[in-house]
Design a protein around this ligand. Structure first.
Ligand SMILES: [Zn+2]
Length: 235
């Protein structure tokens, strides 16, 4: 634990005890005031916490310091990673999350009520990526349609395509826009362009996204996890 200020070690120890004891006033006082709302929902504590154990405090990244604290609970333990910064004369939490990182639950799970995307979901269950395709004019169609938007053919097919693509766009979300994402922040959503399907684009959460070097154009591969997730190749 070299290069870590002794007063920070004390603060982290005390913070861990306050979290385990459910002393919300003390916990909130350790949060950066301008991020309190975000930080409250960023980590999900286990129920019936009994004790805390500081696993490590290390310098970095940048000017921050990183602490890992295990919270012992009656059922499941949890490990939180907090990142600390010095503001004025105080050490304050500027980021916190559960580790390991897990992607948030999907905002919607199909098939949709109209059943148009049924073959896509049936494909996912068999670990296949199936995209709608018009056999008459060759158009790839996403999102699913009742007829081909190009030639109006109604007998559309659902071939399985190679489940790899490239990142067309991406965003890392730090804000708890919905209660269900608490404990999964931050997470990364990618828009993936599929060269095997006419460069149609699909959205999905990125696995192993914590600290990942996500860039436009990077190759990703599908991971079938009852829903479609993506993983950076070579990661
Ligand atoms: Zn067509």
């Amino acid at each position: 634990m070299g290069a870590v200020p002794a007063d920070l070690l004390d603060v982290v120890e005390r913070h861990g005890r306050a979290v385990a004891a459910g002393d919300n006033a003390a916990v909130l006082a350790d949060f950066r005031p301008d991020r309190v709302g975000q930080l409250i929902a960023s980590a999900r504590p286990p129920e019936a916490m009994q004790a805390s154990e500081v696993l490590s405090v290390e310098p970095g990244p940048g000017a921050l310091f990183t602490a890992h604290i295990r919270y012992r609970a009656r059922e499941d333990d949890a490990v939180f990673r907090s990142r600390w910064t010095r503001i004025g004369d105080r050490w304050l939490v500027t980021q916190v999350r559960n580790v390991p990182d897990t992607p948030p639950p999907p905002s919607s799970v199909g098939p949709s009520d109209d059943g148009l995307d049924g073959p896509h979901w049936a494909g996912l269950a068999r670990e296949e990526l199936r995209i709608q395709h018009c056999p008459r004019c060759g158009t790839w169609i996403w999102s699913p349609q009742p007829l081909c938007p190009s030639c109006h053919h109604t007998q559309l097919e659902w071939p399985a395509v190679e489940p790899v693509g490239t990142v067309y766009s991406w965003t890392r979300t730090w804000q708890p826009f919905h209660p269900s994402v608490s404990g999964h922040l931050p997470y990364v959503v990618v828009a993936v362009e599929l060269p095997a399907a006419g460069n149609r684009r699909l959205l999905g959460a990125l696995l192993a996204a914590d600290g990942a070097d996500v860039r436009i154009g990077r190759r990703v591969e599908a991971v079938f996890d009852s829903v479609l997730r993506w993983r950076l190749e070579d990661s």
